[in-house]
Design a binder for this molecule. Structure first.
Ligand code: SF4
Length: 240
């Protein structure tokens, strides 16, 4: 793990050089070489994808891992695919983003008080990282949480994989997580005491097409969790 990092920009610079998971390095780079036909004229990012949003965010959204032809192509979390379209439209609707769309880095998108990250930073085959890869990547999330700790007041976890990855990481980063550890559920809300202050943890179904196309996660459901987490973080009410 080395020396704890104190600055999010340094963390992100280090992260994008990481090659610790052989299977994911091979996959992310192969996808970037082979490309999807509709993106054949683009240069894929093909590297670990860092978190996106301000270094003093009061609210954090934790997903699963970059999508092969989404964030692994564009180099920014949830950018360039249907999952991101759904998430950013909702963030904009509740006043946490300056625009509803996310197409590429440099598209002008800005988040207000919110950062988006994931427990695994490289695109996995079939969107399924292994438990070993989740463990290998954990220290990046832990460092990010430690850096955000002074400002962080709420966290939304998108789906059960992120939930399982995040709880022990929050524990390591200084917050008290109850034992036995609470299970993932959409709409769950737990307050976790921390060394300086507590954080509010919210569960939300993942914004994958599997959930949004079937109606398991609707726009109203997502906006409701986003608004609750924003209120818990003290964001708004001017913007909300
Ligand atoms: Fe490194 Fe995480 Fe990517 Fe593994 S998944 S190579 S630990 S950035």
């Amino acid at each position: 793990m080395g020396t704890p990092r104190t600055d999010i920009a340094i963390l992100d610079e280090d992260l994008i050089e990481c090659r610790a998971c052989p299977r994911l390095v091979e996959y992310r780079e192969r996808v970037a070489r082979d490309k999807r036909a509709s993106f054949r004229d683009e240069t894929y990012w093909g590297r670990p994808v860092p978190g996106f949003g301000p270094a003093d965010a009061r609210m954090l959204i934790v997903g699963l891992a970059p999508a092969a032809h989404g964030a692994n192509r564009t180099g920014r979390m949830f950018t360039g695919d249907r999952s991101g379209d759904f998430l950013y439209a909702a963030l904009h609707a509740v006043g946490l983003a300056n625009q509803p769309t996310a197409t590429h880095r440099g598209d002008g998108l800005e988040l207000f008080g919110v950062r988006i990250t994931s427990p695994v930073h490289c695109a996995p085959p079939a969107n399924k990282p292994t438990p070993t890869e989740r463990e290998e990547c954990r220290h990046w999330l832990e460092s990010e949480l430690r850096i955000l700790r002074p400002s962080l007041r709420s966290v939304i976890v998108l789906g059960g994989f992120g939930w399982k990855a995040l709880l022990p990481t929050l524990d390591n980063a200084g917050w008290s997580v109850p034992r036995p550890r609470p299970g993932f559920a959409h709409g769950s809300h737990i307050e976790l005491p921390g060394p300086e202050h507590s954080i509010h943890l919210f569960g939300c179904y993942h914004v994958s097409q599997q959930n949004t196309f079937t109606g398991r996660l609707t726009t109203d459901m997502l906006e409701s969790v986003l608004s609750a987490a924003a209120r818990a973080a003290g964001l708004g009410p001017g913007r909300l």
